[in-house]
Design a protein around this ligand. Structure first.
Ligand code: X2X
Length: 335
């Protein structure tokens, strides 16, 4: 009796275990890395992607978003390598942070290449965008769709900047691509590379005088609270975001799941681009209200910055690729 009861109990346990195995084979979870949390449009885009995937796969596929570069111990410039090696499955990352591994992505950091949203869209949505996706794919990662971090504007704690001369000697925190050192050195500033995790403390202590980031980040991260009193709208570059997947993960996916991931990434990206552009005026008004002096440049003033940074093109065009830079320029011209 006792034996028989034990036997049937074991059978139930074994059956349950089998069922669990079958379910896990079906339901899959993937990690998605981002630099910023869902307090920011960037993190919201990743969350939107996860929601759409959850919904359309009827819960079969879960994307778990890990913000704050936590899967790469805060070092956002290692995100692409971590995704390529399979340490992380997917990411929604900035072109800046992936450019140390994919030189073509430096295209977007060329100063004053893209004067407006239409220019960004002409590049990402055209032949240049295709060339960039091919370059990413050639480096072992599958790109799916574009999002947007936004036009990066310059802030500092010292003075209203409206000419390159104003930047002389200013210590500016820049992101981890070497191109930024060249841009800010060309402008006479004193650039210091550091991760986003280190940026706010460095601004707080005054270790650096300024930084550059999109308005949404300035607003949400309350950069004005760490003494950044002057914000120059110079629109010098824009970093798109890219939704991407590790190649091995991609190869294990059935065709229908690949389509689902791609289609939802495109939708989440489009949603985020529209939302963050639509929020910009309101954010700027809020920043002004908090006492930040916002400096808008005349065409002539902007031109002085354009001219001062020409050397960056000489150094970086060969690394990005002559053809890609030319195709991008034409896209901007014909937008
Ligand atoms: O580190 C930055 O400045 C940020 C958050 O904008 C990027 O990851 C490129």
């Amino acid at each position: 009796m006792l034996t028989r009861r034990f036997t049937s109990f074991s059978a139930i346990v074994a059956g349950a275990a089998l069922l669990c195995t079958a379910m896990t084979a079906q339901a899959r979870e993937y990690s998605v890395s981002t630099v910023l949390s869902d307090a920011f449009p960037w993190g919201q885009a990743a969350q939107k992607w996860a929601e759409l995937v959850e919904e359309r796969s009827d819960g079969r596929i879960t994307l778990r978003v890990y913000p704050n570069s936590q899967l790469v111990a805060g070092d956002q410039t290692r995100e692409f390598s971590a995704m390529r090696s399979g340490l992380i499955d997917m990411a929604l990352g900035s072109t800046i942070n992936w450019s140390p591994q994919v030189p073509q992505l430096n295209l977007f950091s060329l100063p004053f290449l893209m004067p407006d949203d239409a220019a960004v869209d002409a590049i990402t949505g055209g032949k240049a965008g295709e060339m960039i996706f091919e370059a990413i794919e050639a480096r072992g990662v599958v790109p799916l769709a574009w999002g947007e971090n936004g036009f990066r504007e310059l802030s500092n704690s010292k003075l209203p900047v409206d000419s390159p001369e104003d930047l002389a000697g200013l210590k500016i925190r820049v992101v981890g691509s070497p191109l930024f050192n060249d841009t800010f050195t060309a402008l006479g500033a004193n650039p210091t590379q550091m991760s986003w995790a280190d940026a706010k403390p460095a601004l707080t202590t005054g270790a650096v005088d300024g930084q550059e980031n999109p308005i949404a980040i300035f607003d949400v991260a309350r950069i004005d609270q760490v003494g950044q009193k002057y914000l120059t709208l110079w629109h010098y570059m824009n970093d798109p975001l890219i939704f991407a997947v590790n190649q091995q993960v991609w190869q294990t996916l059935p065709q229908e799941d690949r389509e689902l991931l791609r289609e939802t990434a495109i939708e989440a990206g489009q949603w985020e681009i529209e939302m963050s552009r639509a929020q910009e005026d309101e954010r700027l008004a809020a920043i002004r209200e908090r006492g930040v002096e916002v400096i808008e440049l005349t065409d002539e003033q902007r031109q002085a910055f354009v001219e001062a940074t020409q050397s960056v093109y000489d150094t970086w065009t060969p690394q990005i690729g002559e053809e890609l830079v030319e195709v991008a320029r034409q896209a901007v011209e014909n937008r």
